[in-house]
Design a protein around this ligand. Sequence first.
Ligand code: ZN
Ligand code: ZN
Length: 125
Amino acid sequence: MAITGSCCCGGVRFELFERPLMVGVCHCSRCRKAGSSAYAYVRAEAFSWVAGRALVTRYRPRPPFAFDRCFCRRCGASLGDPFSGRIVAIAAACLDDDLGLTASFHEHRPNQPSWWEDRTPAKDK
Ligand SMILES: [Zn+2]
Ligand SMILES: [Zn+2]
């Protein structure tokens, strides 16, 4: 059975044909402001749109920043970037069910805001 994911309004829906390879949390200011810090890494061929592909808007930052940010233009939910690379980084928060995954790494930990209470020592990248 496929793993499903969706945005807040339900307009955008996708599915994964296998479990994510891992989850990683990025504490950089850009991920924080985009409203997406936890990413599930999925092989691109295991990702498929179910609905709402036309609602997905892509924000492409100016260099030197590299990572595109996708979001639902109706509800604003951050979707990660399901388009780039052989392994795509999708917003783990958009997965519909808890898969029991734990974060394999945290990066940009020094930028982690103080209101983020979970400071369990995880491997820093
Ligand atoms: Zn939406
Ligand atoms: Zn980041």
